[in-house]
Design a protein around this ligand. Sequence first.
Ligand code: HEM
Length: 272
Amino acid sequence: MPKLKLPKPPLPDSLKPTPQPPGNGNGKQSLKEKTIEGGTEAGIHVVDWVDERTSLSGGLRWAMFRHVPKGTNWFYTLGSATLFAFLNQAVTGVFLATYYDPNPSRAYESIRYVTNEAFLGELVRGMHKWGSTLMVILIFLHMGRTFFFGAYKYPRELNWVIGVVLLVLTMAMSFTGYLLPFDQRSYWATIVGVNINGTGPIVGPFLSDFLRAGPDFGATTLSRFYAIHMLLIPGALIALIGAHLYLVAKLGTTAPPWLKAQERDELRGEEV
Ligand code: HEM
């Protein structure tokens, strides 16, 4: 089948320089008119300047203007909702990291300070804490959507596998983040969690040793969890989300299963 090429979308009017007759009839532009025109053109010049040196607009058009099958519905927004939840975690996490101290004797106090004293600290901490729960709910709903719509099938198997890794990493984010307030509940719950990991076959004991940062649950465990929570896993998540979205843009979105059934009927009709 010949590959369909989308026509280039027109530039929005706001980006087109409009040739205006100079001045208000007497051939001269007032200072106000000059400033407005200069301001409008400046934006276009900046975009042009960057584009001429990077050709970014080509990539943007490739990613943004795609064929979308008929029948897509609200369930298709769950991936973007998960992405939004992730971005919320990233932004609020950066703010929390500016106050957090991963030292066992100061961790709890630093979180208490954020919650009770820092400006809007309680809000930001609440957004991070509840956002993590929301992200877990959304990622499962998104996975359910892709499963029930058959989006894991050829040619999207690799995107499904990347998705499974994203799911595991998201759960690992929740697990490592839970210890950070370092109160009684998070401390004992994490000991239980690490011990459960230790019961896994073959890799279990290595995994729990790695998480504890040694044979015992001690001061180094907290900094290990913090490093995993704010450096190791976010880095992997960003890279894998990038690959996931690249594949979504490259392969396009799956049509809803009921639409496929209709197409197959049509094809069968042609064959006869
Ligand atoms: C951080 C987590 C994730 C993010 C940010 C994310 C983001 C997205 C986005 C924005 C889309 C395109 C819109 C849509 O179809 O909803 C998508 C599609 C897809 N995702 Fe995810 N996703 C994540 C996790 C997962 C998981 C856990 C799975 C499955 C195990 C998965 C499997 C897929 C598949 C197969 C598609 C293609 C859907 C289609 O072609 O119709 N994703 N993802």
